[in-house]
Design a protein around this ligand. Structure first.
Ligand code: THU
Length: 129
């Protein structure tokens, strides 16, 4: 699956975003190493700190279904780019430091980074114990 295709799936997922407070709709499409796909959206909450981002939603869905090996994630918001926040970078780093991370304001202006480029020196407890 190419980056545009993955991005389109993320953009399509934004239809299920629950963002009544910010109005910022985000969708993520997470591709596993063996070709499975998990989508996620941001789910906001009246207690604003309880909000979860699209990327973590997708990751939690995958891990809870038994998938932990990830190839790429695309993140989309209609008309905007949406690079993962710091918490999501660390959350994903746990499983895939070399994850390909894709975003852009539309499918013709996508950029791609490795997660380790977006989060240099990310933390993994297993390297300390
Ligand atoms: N958000 C995401 O879902 N992913 C990002 O990469 C950035 C931020 C959400 C959280 C919140 O619902 C809204 O965007 C505004 O911060």
């Amino acid at each position: 699956m190419d980056n545009k295709e993955l991005y389109r799936i993320a953009l399509d997922a934004t239809k299920n975003s629950y963002a009544p407070f910010s109005g910022f709709r985000v969708g993520a499409a997470l591709l596993t190493k063996d070709g499975r796909l998990f989508t996620g959206v941001n789910v906001e909450n009246s207690s604003l700190g309880a909000t979860i981002c699209a990327e973590r939603t997708a990751c939690v869905k995958a891990v809870s279904e038994g998938y932990r090996e990830f190839e790429a994630i695309a993140v989309a918001s209609p008309g905007e780019d949406a690079w993962p926040c710091g918490i999501c970078r660390q959350f994903l780093y746990e499983f895939a430091p070399d994850l390909r991370v894709i975003s852009g304001k539309d499918e013709d202006s996508l950029k791609e980074y490795r997660l380790y480029e977006l989060l240099p020196e990310g933390f993994r407890l297993e390297e300390h114990i």
